[in-house]
Design a protein around this ligand. Structure first.
Ligand code: B12
Length: 211
């Protein structure tokens, strides 16, 4: 099992998307837990890529091809991650906030929520405060979920939360924030209702809040 996970992880780190997809298919066929593929191969690979970028070993192009390899593996494991999708639980609006184009984590959160029976309206990347306000008015969701991967763009979360407040719709939704630079302390300062450090914790928190 360790070997299969490692070959997916290494293929993603080196941006070999054909190898990554083949290794993921092989691992699933061998009965390896899709949750382990997600955490120990895919998410772990992106964390290595981030470290290599920080240390100057990788530059933007390597980060981009690794991200593309990861993005191609996600749809392969998605059907195997489906939880209790038959149960209709609630509705969420999700987006990566203004100024930020990172969407891998957001897409995983969306995928896990859909698998757990949530309807998810995706605002994509670079979602402005106005886009969140419009979506809340239009969709009447239970949750508004904001993702940010850049320290600076966490302030776009604040602007979006303030805009929801100014539009008079803040109290109608529960706001969750996440992404690598987020902490519980920052989430509190931003005025969010919750922070979750990964997609699994996000689903659990949403379930708990609706219960
Ligand atoms: C892949 C990547 C890219 C890809 C993005 C591709 C894509 N489609 O997303 C590309 C190459 C395009 C890219 C671009 C840039 N990047 Co970049 N990128 C990364 C990298 C390596 C991995 C991010 C990732 O996908 N992680 C995997 C996912 C699964 O993890 P995640 O996003 O954290 O999500 C999980 C949780 O956080 C949580 N979660 C996520 N969202 C939400 C939302 C809610 C509501 C909840 C509850 C939970 C939750 O659940 C997820 C799944 O469990 C990180 C390094 C790192 N360690 O994060 C740098 C990183 C984020 N990038 C960085 C930078 C600087 C950039 C650029 C500015 C580089 C440049 N010079 O142009 C640009 C930004 C452009 C822009 N304006 O957005 C820096 C940010 C530094 C900072 N803290 O401010 C990092 C940290 C790299 C580094 N070490 O310096 N990047």
């Amino acid at each position: 099992m360790q070997e299969a996970i490692e070959s997916i992880r290494n293929a993603v780190i080196s941006g070999k998307r054909v190898d990554a997809v083949a290794a993921a298919r092989d691992a699933l066929a061998a009965g390896i837990d899709p949750g382990a593929i997600m955490k120990d191969a895919l998410i772990a690979a992106m964390s290595v890529v981030g470290q290599k970028y920080s240390s100057g070993e990788f530059f933007l192009p390597q980060m981009m091809i690794a991200a593309r390899a990861m993005t191609e593996v996600l749809p392969i494991i998605k059907p195997h991650l489906v939880g209790d999708a038959a149960k209709k639980r609630g509705k969420a609006v999700i987006g990566t906030v203004a100024g930020d184009f990172h969407d891998i984590g957001k897409n995983i959160v969306k995928m896990m929520l859909e698998g757990a029976g949530y309807e998810v309206v995706d605002l994509g990347v670079d979602a402005t405060p106005e886009a969140f306000v419009d979506a809340v008015r239009r969709e009447a969701p239970d949750f508004v979920l904001m993702s940010a991967l850049i320290t600076l763009t966490t302030q776009s979360m604040k602007r979006a939360i303030d805009a929801l407040d100014a539009a008079g719709v803040r109290s109608a939704v529960r706001i969750g924030v996440g992404g690598a630079p987020l902490t519980q302390k920052l989430a509190d300062e931003l005025g969010a209702d919750f922070f979750a450090e990964d997609a699994y914790a996000c689903v659990e928190t949403c379930n708990r809040m609706l219960a």
